[in-house]
Structure formats: C-alpha cells, structure tokens
Write a protein that binds this ligand. Sequence first.
Ligand SMILES: Nc1nc2c([nH]c(=O)n2[C@H]2C[C@H](O)[C@@H](COP(=O)(O)OP(=O)(O)OP(=O)(O)O)O2)c(=O)[nH]1
Length: 142
Amino acid sequence: MLKLKQVVGAALVDSLAAPTKMLAARRTAPEEFAGMWEFPGGKVEPGETCEEGLHRELQEELGVMVRLGAEIAGPGEQGWPLNARAAMRVWLAEVTDGTPAPLEDHDELRWVTLDAEELHALAWIPADLPIVSALLEAARRA
Ligand SMILES: Nc1nc2c([nH]c(=O)n2[C@H]2C[C@H](O)[C@@H](COP(=O)(O)OP(=O)(O)OP(=O)(O)O)O2)c(=O)[nH]1
C-alpha cells in the first residue's frame, strides 16, 4: 500500500504536567484552509523522523523550542487521517525557549482553555475535529 504523506502537529499546552490551555493557530493558506484553526506543524521532510520534523516546523513557524510529551495517538500507524493523501501524528508539547509568534503560515495564535465549548467555538480544519476531541479527553485524564 502506498504510504500517506506524513504531517506532524503539536498540541502546544501551557504545561505538560497540568495543562489548562492550548495554542491554536489560524492558517493563511491555501485558500481552502485560510482562516481556519489548526495544530501548528507541517510535512515531515525526507530523512527526518516525525519528531525532528515537528521540532523544525515549530521553530520555523512559531520561533520556539519545545519539549514533546505524549502522542495523541490516532487510529492509524500514521496518525489521524487528514484527506485521501495525508495523515498527521500529533504530540502534546510545551515551550522550553521563546514565545510563540506567527512567523510563517499563520496570522493569529490564540491560547484557548482546554474546554470543549471554547475549543469547539473555533473554526477548525474539519479533519482536526476528532483530534480536538481526543485532546480534550487526554487533558481530562492528565
Ligand atoms: N500543520 C497542519 N496541517 C494540517 C492540519 N490539519 C490538516 O488537515 N492539515 C493539512 C493542511 C496541509 O494540506 C497539510 C500540512 O501541510 P503544511 O502546509 O502545514 O506543511 P508545510 O508547513 O510543510 O508546508 P509546505 O512545505 O507544503 O509549504 O496538512 C493541522 O492541524 N496542522
């Protein structure tokens, strides 16, 4: 079977030990996703592990260094299905250096309380909705 394009994303929380907020990012492109909220991240490049790709993307997009926590595991080996060609693995993460800024790909970043009502009030990329639900479940157990 052909492998799906591997995307990685971060559920960047205020604290891995006691998470109360998560950083949502609003995309600027492409047109079909512009204005929608997502997990910061991107495509893994050849020769990178998923974790390496995620650290790189967060440095490029937000200007931060992070510590990764647990993976929010999806239903497949490549994580959560995004579309017919791509799937995304998502990790909890916390900032270890820097302050997140919308340097690339986003026009707004927002710390949102880990609460179903607050998170679901944002217009997420539709494929992200099951991940948001799984994140809320993980936060409840943390
Ligand atoms: N980063 C991210 N991408 C998502 C999410 N949900 C979702 O469907 N996607 C899709 C949008 C894109 O088609 C793909 C990720 O591509 P990207 O444009 O973020 O990747 P990239 O930064 O490496 O950009 P590029 O090299 O293609 O310019 O996954 C999400 O929560 N975060």
